[in-house]
Design a protein around this ligand. Structure first.
Ligand code: NAI
Length: 349
């Protein structure tokens, strides 16, 4: 099913408003989800609406949070999210970080006690659209074994980065620090298909190809990905005085509970370094250099990070966004949620 960006935005907004969010917050969440679907990151788009609707309806997301922006130094601040929707808190915190970096050259803004905030590319692109470099990291539920471990400790803790080039084009890099997302395991289960033995481990910590035996995911590149997810947890959890490691709340465990998650935005103003125009020129040169690299056998071309997503976004602008039929049916139905996510288990069934 193909829908326009505007139509998808309205469907998502209406559903979340019906679940209990204010129109303003429902619209803010829809902005981030439509951004993800438009870039082809469907794991963080409309697919999440029913889960959010259930959590909002059950009280696990504060419908009327008391957002507070607390400046703690010339370039530092904490945005208190009061367990409202993470998307809106993270977006407002980035707006504040942009103002601070314009004035002082750099800003480090923690976003404290929020719900899930979705695809981090949205927030770093806010910075790039303002001619700034954006970095954002956040905590997620513990479902990854530390290197050499048999039990989960960290989340899929993502890292996102965007830098502005010329003509409104950006380099946008945005990834989870795990080999694969949990959604890919669920997908393999639904199709009864084996998974590669590099994705996940069973309850003994042994690599498994059986998606039904998966007990935890594996970090990217062994100890290196494990180190990166540790770094994300320190910056977005410990630095903000929040629950960390395996004490981070689970997405599916109890949908009546607030999640108390943390996120950190770092914004850097190129004007305070090489200067904006030479920075943008060099970023565009980097993009071109990468595109001009000779492709390896089996590849058509080298893309710079975020290029394929930006191309998808352009194509979707013309042809509409591809949405899975059953998600479209849910969005256009009167149902708020089907009570299918609250399973008292750390993992979705
Ligand atoms: P992915 O594996 O689809 O992409 C990772 C990066 O690789 C992207 O920057 C992409 O542009 C780049 N890339 C992919 N193919 C490429 C190619 N052929 N050439 C050059 N670059 C290429 O992303 P992943 O790890 O599945 O993450 C998906 C989303 O999930 C992200 O938006 C992330 O922020 C979000 N996420 C959010 C969490 C949360 O708790 N809020 C937790 C984990 C992930």
């Amino acid at each position: 099913m193909r829908v326009s960006k505007e139509q998808l935005h309205k469907l998502i907004m209406d559903k979340l408003h019906k679940a209990g969010l204010t129109e303003e917050h429902a619209s803010g969440v829809a902005d981030v989800l439509v951004h993800a679907d438009a870039r082809g990151v469907h794991s963080h788009g409309a697919m999440r609406v029913e889960y959010y609707a259930e959590r909002i309806a059950k009280g696990g997301i504060n419908r009327n949070p008391d957002f507070k922006f607390e400046k703690t130094g010339p370039c530092t601040a904490v945005f208190h999210g009061d367990n409202g929707v993470g998307h809106v808190a993270a977006k407002q915190a980035m707006d504040e970080a942009i103002k601070m970096a314009k004035e002082n050259g750099v800003a480090v803004v923690g976003v404290s006690r929020i719900g899930h905030s979705g695809a981090l590319s949205y927030f770093v692109q806010q910075a790039a659209n303002a001619d700034l470099v954006g970095i954002s990291v956040c905590q997620s539920d513990p479902m990854v074994v530390p290197f050499g471990g048999a039990e989960p400790y960290y989340g899929t803790n993502p890292i996102a980065f965007a830098a502005p080039g010329q003509d409104g084009k950006h380099i946008t890099f945005d990834m989870a620090t795990t080999v694969q997302a949990w959604g890919k395991i669920l997908h393999a289960r639904s199709k009864n298909e084996a998974i590669p033995d590099t994705w996940a481990v069973d309850s003994n910590g042994e690599p498994t190809t059986d998606p039904f035996k998966v007990n935890a995911l594996l970090p990217i590149a062994g100890p290196k990905g494990y180190g990166l997810m540790m770094m994300v947890d320190v910056l977005s959890g410990i630095l903000l005085g929040l629950p960390f490691g395996n004490k981070v709340s689970s997405m599916y465990h109890d949908l009546t509970e607030h999640r108390n998650l943390g996120q950190l935005h770092i914004v850097i103003n190129p004007e305070y370094f090489t200067g904006l125009s030479s920075f943008k020129e060099a970023i565009s040169q980097t993009m071109q250099d990468l595109n001009n690299i000779k492709p390896a056998p089996g590849y058509n071309q080298v893309y710079y990070p975020g290029q394929r997503s930006a191309e998808r976004e352009e194509a979707y602008e013309k042809d509409g966004i591809e949405i899975v039929d059953h998600i479209y049916e849910y969005l256009t139905s009167d149902v708020v949620h089907n009570n299918s996510y609250d399973n008292k288990s750390p993992f979705a069934k």
